[in-house]
Design a protein around this ligand. Structure first.
Ligand SMILES: NC(=O)c1ccc[n+]([C@@H]2O[C@H](COP(=O)([O-])OP(=O)(O)OC[C@H]3O[C@@H](n4cnc5c(N)ncnc54)[C@H](O)[C@@H]3O)[C@@H](O)[C@H]2O)c1
Length: 339
């Protein structure tokens, strides 16, 4: 069986989830890593027994690599993606695709022109609970959708921001609570409810000493006529599991940290459980585990092998970013924004 040979760019916090995922899947193998930090490059090289380059350019020039996973900070996705596309590498990039949609568009165009696959990591699209929701929606089980809500009342410590040079900054993170943490559930909201027609947003920085927001709310009107709300924060203690609520004329579904906690559909047995919650990043970023990253990587690798589009491709992975940008703009201009 042909294996997709993978290089990972950036060896910070999330890279570990990707390394484990690559190592556990049969149809891909880890060939090299690139880290801008000399110590981490040396450490990673001996730990994973692969070549560790000091720059992503060197990694991309390795002709044996088929695909790269970009795990640098959010405002530094564009440069490695453009360079990798130019060398004909397929690309899986961490969320958000970049810190604004203008930069995202350049990445999508470069990948299209180079004929390489571009996937964006939104691993929650692969959770068994969400896949069940998606199936029910595709089958029209909820009837006409009337309301959709995304609530991400998470907590991050002062140290979380202080020890990072990019988190909570506009250049490095694009903002904070909505674009970094809330974006996962906002992505699911858009994937289940459809496109947004207009948004009215407000953002504040209430707790942390950061440039971006640590509290944001938005009122949405979807193109299908449904209404919706978003509440996102990294200032709510102790941090609660994120919720996705979908309401239609024929029923309601509520997911909490990817777990179905309410399933009430006309003609179907209801599900209401408060069982063991899935692991969530509500207060500790890496508590999410790597299993959903692995599920998304499997989909990406299969897309590369079959010359197919990954489930979350560039345009699909940009929708949540565009909505969040509109929330920021609405908050700044204090008016409803039409997308
Ligand atoms: N999918 C998820 O659930 C999830 C979770 C956490 C982070 N992320 C995303 O992953 C990305 C990285 O986040 P993190 O928390 O791992 O950040 P981090 O700061 O821990 O790691 C970033 C790494 O990139 C390296 N880097 C930066 N520029 C580089 C360059 N030019 N060449 C090589 N290496 C370079 C840095 O040395 C650092 O090791 C962000 O976009 C973030 O939003 C996603």
């Amino acid at each position: 069986m042909k294996k997709v040979r993978i290089g990972i760019i950036g060896t910070g916090a999330i890279a570990g989830h990707h390394i484990k995922s690559v190592q556990e899947l049969e149809n891909c193998e880890l060939v090299a890593l690139a880290s801008s930090s000399k110590e981490r490059a040396i450490e990673a090289s001996s730990k994973y027994r692969v070549v560790a380059y000091r720059s992503y350019q060197q990694l991309i020039e390795n002709p044996t690599i088929d695909a790269v996973i970009v795990c640098t900070h959010s405002g530094n996705h564009l440069a490695p993606v453009l360079a990798a596309a130019k060398e004909g590498k397929h690309i899986l990039v961490e969320k958000p695709i970049e810190v604004n949609s203008e930069r995202a568009k350049k990445m999508i165009t470069a990948c299209q022109e180079a004929g390489v696959q571009l996937g964006v990591v939104f691993q929650n699209r692969f959770s068994p609970g969400y896949l069940q929701v998606k199936q029910a929606l595709d089958a029209g089980k909820l009837g006409k959708l009337i309301l959709g809500n995304a609530y991400i009342k998470w907590f991050r410590s002062a140290e979380y921001y202080q020890k990072s040079h990019w988190k909570g900054t506009i250049a490095g993170d694009g903002g904070a609570a909505l674009i970094n943490q809330g974006i996962h559930t906002i992505d699911l909201l858009l994937d289940s409810m459809g496109a947004v027609e207009s948004v009215f947003g407000k953002i504040k920085t209430v707790k942390h000493k950061i440039e971006g927001e640590d509290l944001g709310v938005a009122l949405l009107t979807f193109k299908n006529g449904a209404l919706g709300t978003i509440e996102g924060s990294t200032a709510i203690q102790p941090g609660y599991p994120e919720r996705l609520e979908i309401y239609g004329e024929k029923g309601s579904i509520i997911l909490e940290a990817g777990n179905i906690v309410s399933w009430e559909i006309e003609g179907e047995e209801s599900i209401a459980h408060n069982g063991q919650a899935n692991s969530s990043g509500s207060s500790k970023p890496l508590d999410i585990g790597h299993q959903l990253h692995k599920a998304q990587l499997r989909n990406f690798v299969e897309a590369v092998l079959n010359n197919d589009r990954p489930l979350v491709d560039g345009p699909s992975g940009t929708k949540s970013l565009s909505l969040i940008e509109s929330i920021y703009l609405s908050a700044k201009e204090q008016k409803e924004i039409f997308l």
